[in-house]
Design a protein around this ligand. Structure first.
Ligand code: 4NP
Length: 139
């Protein structure tokens, strides 16, 4: 099974949103999410993102906590998807040699960070559309 990981700055807003939206769309991929930073390490999914899951009846793991990308993660995952342009730059700087080519950006435009915008609905509609595109692209 192909292994993909969504990555954002904190792993509490955008990348877990993409993880569970995409899981709702397919059982044929191994999907996880991570952070580029350790700022939120061990913290749960933001309550704004959890509210989006409940609003749209998306199943999710309430116990999932923020984890930073490890060296092992770069080796293990087949596709490493940064949610914005800065995430991609940070991932490329962290990537062990030979893994840089697995790193891509979620969409041409950076996914707005609701941590700053406060608009989880806007981010959800962009994430949902982007996941649909990725599903077609991967399958
Ligand atoms: P995320 O949002 O990268 O979409 O999870 C953020 C979460 C936390 C922080 C920044 C962005 N922070 O500064 O702690």
């Amino acid at each position: 099974m192909k292994k993909i990981v969504f990555v954002c700055l904190g792993n509490i807003c955008r990348s877990p949103m993409a993880e569970f939206v995409m899981k709702e769309m397919t059982d044929e991929l191994h999907i996880e999410s991570r952070a580029t930073s350790s700022w939120e390490e061990g913290n749960p999914i933001h309550r704004g993102t959890q509210a989006i899951f409940r609003k749209h009846a998306i199943a999710y793991n309430q116990h999932k906590t923020s984890m930073r990308m490890t060296r092992e993660d770069f080796l293990t995952f087949d596709l490493i998807i940064g949610m914005d342009a800065q995430n991609v730059l940070d991932l490329k700087a962290m990537a062990p040699e030979g893994t840089e080519n697995k790193i891509v950006q979620f969409a041409e435009k950076s996914v707005p960070d609701p941590w700053y915008t406060g608009d989880f609905d806007e981010t959800y509609s962009i994430v949902r559309e982007g996941c649909r595109v990725w599903l077609k692209r991967i399958n």
